[in-house]
Design a protein around this ligand. Sequence first.
Ligand SMILES: [Zn+2]
Length: 407
Amino acid sequence: MKVWRSIRRAVYAVICVCVLFGHSTQAQTLARVIADQSTIQDHIWGQVSIELALTKGVPYRIFFLNGPDRLVIDFNELRFDGLTATTLGQAEEIPAYRFGSIGPGWSRMVFDLSRPMELVRENLAFDPQQGLAKLTLKLRPSEREDFDAVAGVPDTLRAEQRPEPSLTLGPPSEGFVVFIDAGHGGIDPGAVEGALTEAELMMSLARRLREEFRKYDGVSVVLSRSDDHFVSLEDRIALAHAAQANVFLSLHADAVTEGVARGATVYTLSENASDEASAKLAERHRRDEILAGVDLGQADDEIANVLMDMARRDTGPKSIALAQAVIEALRVGMGDVNSRPHRTADFSVLKSASIPSILIEAGFLSTRQDRENLMDPAWRSKFAQSVALGVLTWADQDKLIAPLRRQ
Ligand SMILES: [Zn+2]
């Protein structure tokens, strides 16, 4: 039995690196999932299959992760046009899945597993006539012990996944540098409401805000991402430091699962989240990171935390003053903010030692009015004007800038 188990482990071991060669005539275009020909299906005895129809072959690899249990497929590289979080359907064993870019050249699908599973079949069928490919995976329930033994990010992948920040930076920016972090991206869409994703909305809001800051002399802007790809929380912070940013603004529009929430809210970092909702939000962000399958360098955490604690003693009060200036500007500019506009939470993205940092929930994607606001160009302009004004007023009070002139 033991021998059988170890053979099984070896056979279904963590990584399968497989390459399917596409039709040479199509070699120039990226492979794409054919959404309406791809499915997830339950079978007898708790088995489940995943079928992905692809426009052509593409190199991929498969591995499992635990805590929570997931099956991950990385593709080099795949487009997901037309695929949504519900297109493939769902199965008892696979209650949800996500997909998206995880960096240049790599795309990922993550399937949540409701219990430990193992691969019993993995088949790549290729139709040379049509140039189409079909990847079929079949899974069956396995023992916790077996699953945990094979679960983990493969070492080769770990190295690839910690690339230099993908944003290429020129020499450190001049003057007063604003770092704008568009929340989420790529495989991590953030809150989702129908066809709307928080990641996409925040990308366009970040661009609008950049435009606003650029109207002022002596202010430059660096974005954490310029398109829809995944950037880890650590890389966001590293990018801000590399840019020698004077201020860090993270933009979000999350959904709340309980009750109704509306209007802009500004968060600053705290050791202990100020209330249960903040704690839940912070937990969700951490979970998003886990769900994306990225293992943060845990070994360095201890040291990083000590350094951050030291820096926070100084930047903490600055971040609070920054939050208050932005809230005031939003209150005047928008005529309306959340009923409790300043909150604290333990968001990793705010742990940007030595850079005053705030996280702005521009609104709540789960609230209709906020959703409409976020899609309204006029509202976005007012929001951007107010945030820019709030940040620059704070910077002025803090003597970080010479009096600014609007162009
Ligand atoms: Zn968010």
